[in-house]
Design a protein around this ligand. Sequence first.
Ligand code: PLP
Length: 407
Amino acid sequence: MGMELFKHIRDEFPILSQKVHGKPLVYFDNAATTQKPLMVIQAIDNYYNTINSNVHRGVHHLSQLATDAYEQARVQVQKFINAQHAHEIIFTRGTTESINLLAHSFASEILSAGDEIIVSRMEHHSNIVPWQMACEKSGAILKVVPIYENGELDMEAYKQLFTEKTKLVSITHASNSLGTINPIKEIVDYAHSHQVPVLLDGAQGIKSCGMDVQEIDCDFYCFSGHKVYAPMGIGILYGKENWLDKLPPYQGGGEMIKHVSFEETTYNTLPFKFEAGTPHVEGAIGLQYALKFIEKYGHQHMIAHEKELLHYAENQMKIIEDIRFIGTAKEKTAVVSFLLGKHHPTDVGTIIDFMGIAVRTGHHCTQPLMDYLGIPGTIRASFAVYNTKSEIDTMVKALRTAQQMLN
Ligand code: PLP
């Protein structure tokens, strides 16, 4: 059923019909960024052709139209993750900026020396380094949830990490390197039983799992638009109203203030308190249309399609000699990370690039995870709604050829 629904979907992604090195492009680097459908590209085009203007500050017609469009985009995101209020959605540059925003605000208002933040071993650098910086500023320390060999979190160890000093849990919804989908409900419920708030890094989870922030009850959630068919440079931080009200602003400037004088400046209400300066209006509108695109096909259908591709790929690839899958959790996004014998991932990636196949190789910004696994990196194929089983067949063939060449 899934395959039938998506039969013509590639028509919506002109970039996919090109050739690379004379071969049809097989784009399997979706965990790094997805391609953009025409709906998104046209929405951006339309914005600049018809209503471009600075938002919030103008009384004139175009400024009002641009403001309405920007705020409608916020409402679209609110609905997509089922937030209670639109003002709980802060537009940012993406996951990285969202986490930096929160880490900055926590460091200046919540954390003091000796406090503890829980992260996991499978985090992306962007969910490690901002917290290390917050620790440096505040004297807090990081505690790390270990994982099992198969890439699943050690939940018993997680529970042992809590003390009365724990101030935040910041864990990924799904791992970009391994595909592991974490038990986020259990993570949140346990943290809340200790009155500890939770940030979930949704960079990978948003496309491959979806999110209902009220059901999961996380205190913060963030994702990047570009990994969910939207433009680069736009993303969001969701925060529960009571938390966002309590936290100080991240950057100062226009838009985020109520009144400025040299004696005293007061800050704007949510969400503007966290959106200093002219925002990425075109990006927000692009994100809105990417979410509309997902609605058009049905997110559950898309997720089912990705799962079908994942299972097909794992089955087809397991016959490749000397293949070693890295990350074999029970619950996985459409990510296959692997090694071919002793061959360096970069060599394999470079050879199959010449056959038109785009995969990612390296540590995937998860060096502590690679260190734990004792490998320099992996080859990672990650799928999206426009990928097909025949593309997977092409990759399997290419991998075998690469292996022969390297042997
Ligand atoms: N977190 C995870 C799990 C990711 O996969 C990524 C990107 O690969 C990020 C954070 C950072 O996202 P961005 O570079 O869009 O800010």
